[in-house]
Design a protein around this ligand. Sequence first.
Ligand SMILES: Cc1cc2nc3c(=O)[nH]c(=O)nc-3n(C[C@H](O)[C@H](O)[C@H](O)COP(=O)(O)OP(=O)(O)OC[C@H]3O[C@@H](n4cnc5c(N)ncnc54)[C@H](O)[C@@H]3O)c2cc1C
Length: 552
Amino acid sequence: MSAQSSPSGKPIERYDVVVVGAGFAGMYMLHKLRGQGFSARVYEQGDGVGGTWYWNRYPGARCDVESMQYSYSFSDELQREWDWSERYAPQPEILKYANHVADRFDLRRDIQFDTSVVSAAFDERASTWSVTLSGGATVIAKFVVLATGCLSNARMPEIKGLDGFKGKVYHTGHWPHETVDFTGQRVGVIGTGSSGIQLVPVIAEQASHLTVFQRTANFAIPARNAALTEQERQSVRSRYPEIRHFARVESRNGIYTEMPDRGALDDGDSDRRAKYEARWNHGGLTFMSVYNNLALDQTANDTAADFVREKIAEIVENPETAKQLQPNNHPIGSKRICVDTEYFAAFNRPNVTLVDIKSSPIEEITVNAVRTGGRDHEVDALVLATGFDAMTGSVAKIELRGRNGQTLNQKWAEGPRTYLGLMSAGFPNLFVITGPGSPSVLSNMIVSIEQHVDWIADCVAYVRDRGLHAIEASTDAEDKWVAHVNEVAATTLYPQANSWYMGANVPGKPRIFMPYIGGVGPYRQICNDVATKGYEGFVMTGKEQPRKMAAS
Ligand SMILES: Cc1cc2nc3c(=O)[nH]c(=O)nc-3n(C[C@H](O)[C@H](O)[C@H](O)COP(=O)(O)OP(=O)(O)OC[C@H]3O[C@@H](n4cnc5c(N)ncnc54)[C@H](O)[C@@H]3O)c2cc1C
């Protein structure tokens, strides 16, 4: 860091890189940049590290990628010394892990908490970003990295009367730090995506009555969560080189699993059923890896979807409730598949009621009830499991001004446009981690985060080492990449669902399939090839000679 005085006499802090956000992406970005000799400053609006796991403290919150894979791989010591207690770690343990990483790598001294980045403007003459923080201070950085998270902008539903509700209202993505005890209360949960599916069985055990308001039934596969034994941990550790390599290079979603070599229709009914049954009993996200064409072929997909619908009917005792819980308006997997623990069984409890708000939408929230179809469902507390303005929401909240004064929001008005999901033309030296146009939310995100961080750190070092001023995506490369992202998505069943991948959960948001579905392994190869070819598709400006960073 270096400082010089502003006209008012106040020192202006200058860094090589400003990183926005201290979740898993921002933390590793900081560590990596330090290792490359850069000065970096991280700004985090919360008062601690961990991002997703700092904010989403709702009961039942846990990862849906197995912990021994949903963890950093950049440090072999770290992955050997940390003991995950369960197959899918609960939120407090993942947050503890994030804090451990911050301590172990001494990250906190370069993170400023309780500070939002409000805006950033590119100075074309100096090739630096002027970054404005909550509180009004401005810092200068040569590069800005947005590690703002894909699922970090909690979406409040617009429901008439919500403000006038007299009980407590909680959003899963903004849960209080203190324990919330629903014992003896009548609780309403609005939303049955991943968060809702995780919390319903837990709240059902506390509440005197739980009313679940469901607009869309979702597919969920049992987690089969269990404590990990030391032997199981050691077994994974001993295979880490193979597991991590597979997740990075060979997999499509960053998860170590067998690669299916058959399509669902290549097997007869009983073989197929046996395979689904085995995966259902094994539990977890890899259910979708039974066959290689479940995301591509509607008839194949139907076989998996029918299997899960049958399971729901077996578990849920009331046939009418079972029917309502059976997803029927999207292919299985076209929305992020949920991983549950006793979700469907929770509806067999006498204190749990399902209300279908697709056929009878919520009319309003009164002081003590949710009104649907002219009927009041009285509740003492409301839990909004209504998700996020995904992928672009947190980026859009920052006023980012690139070349010619254009803002990123103006540029992305019809939907996000990036080259490789990493940069957007007209916004030099500005990177996004797991941004739209990259595999991102379709993957084990820590795998994707590490890949982006490594790539960005190398790219920034390339610019520094050649004495260049700026790197920027070319419009041509960006156009081709956007076309490719759309083309690949169109070959799959994904765009058929009204999902948050498509921005469909946010009224007025352009309907564009945002993540890149070409697969984690192939995507990494593309990014590596681009770098090897001297950052093909990017435009560099400035002199080709080694020199000190302009911002240092
Ligand atoms: C409940 C839940 C469960 C999940 N489970 C899994 C899972 O099992 N597997 C998986 O792969 N992924 C999972 N995810 C996705 C998860 O978001 C990623 O795995 C990962 O944690 C993202 O890390 P990140 O650092 O990119 O973003 P985040 O963790 O979202 O961190 C971003 C940080 O940036 C901060 N920030 C944003 N804007 C600003 C600003 N303007 N100024 C300052 N700070 C800002 C935020 O406060 C936040 O702390 C889950 C998400 C949720 C919500």
